[in-house]
Design a binder for this molecule. Structure first.
Ligand code: BDR
Ligand code: CA
Length: 325
């Protein structure tokens, strides 16, 4: 694994696992977080920016620009958020206990999230990595606003989709894709290298009550806030998803994969399309894996790497990184 330092633009709908991903990026020696754009999803886009600014203040990183992005998907309105999963404030009720966001650079300093992404793509041309861990609306707008963007991006890592496993928001659709299928289709169809980190692998990396307590009792204020907010997330996973007190590390795992910190065991580059019809499979990610039966590996001309399986043990790395903040 290389120790390259990657400039990263984070696009997020700051809920609980987004907060973990933000912490991972701030703590990893491989990431240089150069900007954050927010989007509708777990919470409204402005609320996601407020959460992000407060979390950055908690980590002493008010130098990172934050910009508000799309409040609604390309088609339709804001879903109302994921209160049952992430709490009404998106971060498990801890927002009010976090430092004020007033001293941080606000959206007015940076334009909207799309402006910020395009500006950073010039500043870090050929190097910028995009980590998208919410609905892909900002990326879709950016592709329209500046079609040359694709030429300046080193890679796009998306937490989203379900290749061979059930969805979570709908029977066949994962939440980030479900919230804006048209934007997801635009993102996977564009000619930049995309790495899709779907539920197939994120559901295999969980954090249980033992790790949550360790975070809640850590010396690092950021880790403690994560430990506290994770209580809400684990409640949801225990009662609705898994039947045991452990929750999937969707968004932070995508950060680790982008940075090359988790080994990929099965991750072919294949053709992917998002179902944008109005039927029961709307928002599903149709990954053409037929070739894998005969000859596992990359399909010539395909631009989307679908991460199906990764090495275990990520929860330890994440916990150590958060404790170091
Ligand atoms: C994704 O949906 C959101 O609720 C999480 O933050 C994550 O990005 C998981 O399906
Ligand atoms: Ca998210």
């Amino acid at each position: 694994m290389t120790e390259t330092l990657h400039p990263v633009y984070l696009d997020c709908d700051t809920g609980i696992d987004d907060a973990l991903a933000l912490g991972h990026l701030l703590a990893s020696p491989r990431a240089d977080l150069v900007g954050v754009g927010t989007v509708h999803g777990n919470i409204d886009a402005a609320g996601a920016a407020e959460n992000t600014l407060r979390l950055l203040a908690l980590a002493g990183r008010q130098d990172v620009p934050v910009a508000v992005g799309a409040g609604t998907p390309l088609a339709g309105g804001f879903s109302g958020g994921a209160v049952a999963v992430h709490g009404a404030d998106g971060i498990g009720g801890v927002r009010a206990s976090l430092p004020d966001a007033v001293a941080s650079p606000g959206p007015e300093d940076t334009g909207d999230a799309v402006d910020l992404l395009i500006r950073l793509s010039h500043e870090y041309a050929g190097e910028l990595q995009i980590l998208a861990i919410g609905p892909l609306t900002n990326l879709a707008h950016a592709l329209v606003r500046d079609p040359t963007l694709v030429d300046r991006i080193a890679g796009v890592t998306v937490m989203g989709g379900a290749a061979l496993v059930p969805g979570n928001a709908r029977p066949a659709a994962e939440a980030n894709i479900w919230h804006d299928p048209e934007a997801a289709q635009a993102t996977v169809a564009a000619s930049w290298p995309v790495t899709l980190v779907p539920l197939d692998t994120t559901m295999e990396h969980t954090l249980d009550e033992t790790y949550r307590r360790r975070l809640a009792e850590a010396a690092s204020p950021y880790a403690r806030a994560c430990g506290e907010m994770l209580d809400v997330y684990l409640n949801f996973y225990e009662t609705v998803v898994l039947g045991r007190r452990a929750a999937a590390l969707h968004d932070p795992l995508a950060a680790a994969i982008m940075l090359g910190e988790v080994a990929l065991l099965d991750a072919p580059r294949v053709h992917v399309e998002v179902d944008c019809t109005d039927g029961p499979s709307r928002g599903s990610t149709v990954c053409d894996l037929r070739s894998q039966r005969k000859a596992p590996g990359d399909v010539p001309g395909a631009t989307v790497r679908v991460v199906l399986e990764t090495a275990p043990g990520y929860v330890d790395l994440l916990t150590e990184l958060l404790e170091s903040l």
